[in-house]
Design a protein around this ligand. Sequence first.
Ligand SMILES: Nc1ncnc2c1ncn2[C@@H]1O[C@H](COP(=O)(O)OP(=O)(O)OP(=O)(O)O)[C@@H](O)[C@H]1O
Length: 320
Amino acid sequence: MPDNQSAAPRDALSGPAGLADVPHEPGAAKPDPIVVADDVRRRFGGLTAVDVKHVEIQRGAITALIGPNGAGKTTFFNLLTGFDKPQSGSWSFNGRSLAGVSAYKVARMGMIRTFQLTKVLAKLTVIENMRMGATGQRGERFLSALLQTWRGQENDVTTKADALLERFLLLKKREDFAGELSGGQRKLLEMARALMADPELVMLDEPMAGVNPALKQSLLGHVKSLRDEGRTVLFVEHDMDMVRDISDWVIVMAQGQVIAEGPPLSVMSDSRVIDAYLGSHHDQDLSDDTVAERIEAEAEDEIDAEHSAATGGTHKEVSA
Ligand SMILES: Nc1ncnc2c1ncn2[C@@H]1O[C@H](COP(=O)(O)OP(=O)(O)OP(=O)(O)O)[C@@H](O)[C@H]1O
């Protein structure tokens, strides 16, 4: 059972990240935002997947983006990083507008993302995947062509890749094909590869999905170390333990909109957030105690009310 006592200091940590005085409300202004988005709207046919009025991501902090299935989190990630285009809106990174900027250029500017389903190239070795990371996020065909010129070369890129593989405990797997790695090791490889381009902002889409418990702690440590070395982290996650353990700030989306913001503990007990999760037919982890207890209490109330209605307001023993 998660220890709420040990979780409590997380909110205190919002101080060092510069978030202590930020109001707990959607669209709250941050003291030093690295990303700012305004009126970003993405529709798929009749469905509005993203409709974000205003959001700011604090530099140097770990921000979690949570919300029920279909809330628009991945679509918003895709829009911010140039992997998709909104119908309208503006967004910037370090004060520079990113509207119309390709994913490759966004990556070169210092904003690198990973994917829900890892995009390590299965038929390349671990070290080859790492070398690819140095080029930013480009198409597979381009990367394969580039690789031909690199095979067998020892250079600065390889030295940097080896150092990262050591840090992420993957050096022993250096010559293995990425396709032979476990799900968790692939997540580690993707994170390590993202660091090859030395990004200022690392965006992780569901880093814990498909990761076994033994590797989870190691992954958590790696995410914290990104912040500790001065990077900004924005991650999408359904694992509420992870969200509570490492986030300085949490942004909640539902039906394409930002519906709540704040430190993890205050967001997880926010009635708007609980309602959003209850209102969706989710299949996600609701292991957080606060959320789980509220849901249980509401379910019990509902059962009591139904029972009361069925028995005319009194509880009766039914005899055979
Ligand atoms: N390419 C697409 N074409 C049509 N609809 C899409 C497309 N991409 C996303 N959607 C829809 O947009 C909505 C938001 O999806 P999105 O994947 O961004 O949500 P999410 O919050 O990341 O969900 P999850 O937590 O399940 O990954 C969903 O209703 C989804 O079905």
